[in-house]
Design a protein around this ligand. Structure first.
Ligand code: ADP
Ligand code: MG
Length: 259
């Protein structure tokens, strides 16, 4: 299996005695401050005159730098969980601690927007690019809410670098309709990562792609995960994708369990 599991301690059950190795320090850091700590999280939605429970009493800790796959049946709560992790919405009950201190459930709208603008990158099955903007302009939209703090030159330079990093240096001036599905998803990944976030959340990122393009996109996500030390959560129906993760979760009727 690719990824950081290659560098973790052997699974002998013996306690880690050496903290002077890079591995030991990394492990200690991951253990001391998880990226996410969800305690008793529930989410309900009002649909006409009935209440739908999308998440029920979820307890979940995700260490920094982990690559997690989430599977489960349609309507099970996968996208809702991702929205909670992404501070797109607040839980109806419980707490979601991000990076040790902030409780997403208690933040106001402005603080949630700031959190998303700086810490969290999103990728979706349908790419969600703006059709009238070029690849470069689409990536620049990542800074839309915080443009006031940055110069045009900085925004352009970072967007160009992000597109080169995903292998689209030659396609920056193209519109989404002039790009293949795989290339559009690369633009979306560049848009998610140009902010230099701590977390990448992907909802069925390969769901609209053929097998060989799926493999390329997963290789790209894994490369970015490894090089940037990102925490990555991928919702997927594809067991091939899920098997590449360090950890697999299953959600059914709003309840999360380890696979
Ligand atoms: P999945 O992504 O696993 O298919 P979702 O998280 O989208 O599942 O949905 C879980 C449940 O919550 C479903 O019953 C769905 O209809 C409901 N739901 C999700 N989002 C909303 C919403 N914005 N308004 C009302 N109900 C919703
Ligand atoms: Mg969904």
């Amino acid at each position: 299996m690719p990824g950081r599991t290659d560098t973790t301690e052997p699974t002998t059950g013996a306690p880690v005695t050496s903290t002077d190795t890079a591995t030991g320090e990394a492990e200690a850091r991951r253990a001391s401050s998880p990226m996410y700590r969800l305690t008793n999280v529930s989410k309900t939605y009002q649909q006409k005159n009935r209440t739908v429970t999308a998440l029920t009493n979820v307890h979940l800790t995700i260490p920094q730098g982990q690559l997690v796959a989430v599977q489960g049946p349609t309507g099970g709560g996968k996208s809702t969980l991702l929205q909670m992790l992404g501070a797109l919405d607040r839980p109806s009950a419980g707490s979601i601690h991000l990076g040790g201190d902030r409780d997403v459930a208690k933040l106001g709208d402005g603080a949630l927007t700031d959190l998303r603008a700086t810490e969290i990158g999103f990728v979706f099955q349908s790419f969600n690019l703006i059709p009238t903007l070029t690849a470069l302009e689409n990536v620049e939209t990542a800074f839309a809410g915080s443009l006031a703090n940055r110069s045009r030159t900085e925004v352009r330079g970072r967007a160009v670098a992000a597109l080169r990093e995903v292998g689209l240096g030659e396609r920056m001036e193209h519109l989404p309709a002039e790009l293949s599905g795989g290339q559009q998803q690369r633009v979306a990944i560049a848009r998610a990562l140009v902010k230099n976030p701590s977390v990448l959340l992907a909802d069925e990122p390969t769901g609209a792609l053929d097998e060989s393009t799926r493999d390329e996109i997963m290789a790209l996500i894994e490369k970015q995960w490894r090089e940037r030390g990102l925490t990555v959560v991928i919702v997927t129906h594809d067991s091939w994708v899920a098997k590449r993760a360090e950890r697999r979760l299953h959600i059914k009727q709003g309840q999360v369990c380890e696979v």
